[in-house]
Ligand binder design. Sequence first.
Ligand SMILES: [Zn+2]
Ligand SMILES: [Zn+2]
Length: 270
Amino acid sequence: MEWTWTDLWGHYKYVFTLDLVRYGIAASLSYILIWQVFGRLLQHRYIQKKRPGLKQHWHEVRYSISSIAIYAIVGVGILLGVRSGTMQVYSDFSEYGWGYLVLSLTLLILWHDVYFYWTHKWMHHPKLYRHIHKVHHQSISPSPWTAYSFHPFEAIIQAAFVPLFLFVIPIHSLALFIFMIYQIVRNVIGHLGYELFHNAFITSKWLNWITTTTHHDQHHHYFNHNYGLYFTWWDKWMKTEHPRYKEEFMEVKARKRSPQPKTSTSTQAK
Ligand SMILES: [Zn+2]
Ligand SMILES: [Zn+2]
């Protein structure tokens, strides 16, 4: 296995930049669009009563950048793993075919969901919580910036599922790229603060296994329920789903938009 420090540093910078751009675009776009541009129009869809202030956002962005710096180290580890032959990331489509690409991507999503549920529940253990997971829960009312807001120890745990997967299952670089977009989009949606999902995500058996924004929002608000990430299965099976998950979702969705005040805030500020 051949490598140089310059080579690894180049790869570190590449992974760091890519993830920073991914997080930056997903979190900023959601914040600008949902919180700012359509914020007033969607006011009644804001799940919690209290909104975070600038101090919380700064905490979230700082910890998110630190997490990205750690994810890039894991990225370098993956590069070394691939070069040594212990992990497999391939780039030739004909090697395993398109069917395998879709299957491996699905497996990676399922694996992330199960890995997240159990490591998350484990990090809630009173002996570990304060040292690992507390940073993330300092956002009681989450925002798109909360997505990567983890203590460095938690960032390592959060990233480790990828190399663990690659030890066993080869994956195409395109599948890995699609997955990285999927995970940040779902992560930001979970921390969006506004419930924008259709009621069918609660009422239909075809869709109610997908987590809504209220699902993870309740985890930040009430702390001891809804540990799941993409799917509601594990919380259902382990009986950790919040008893008022469906009710609270429906309650938010039933709210009517309040009529626009006659005087705008800009006028009031004058
Ligand atoms: Zn938690
Ligand atoms: Zn969270």
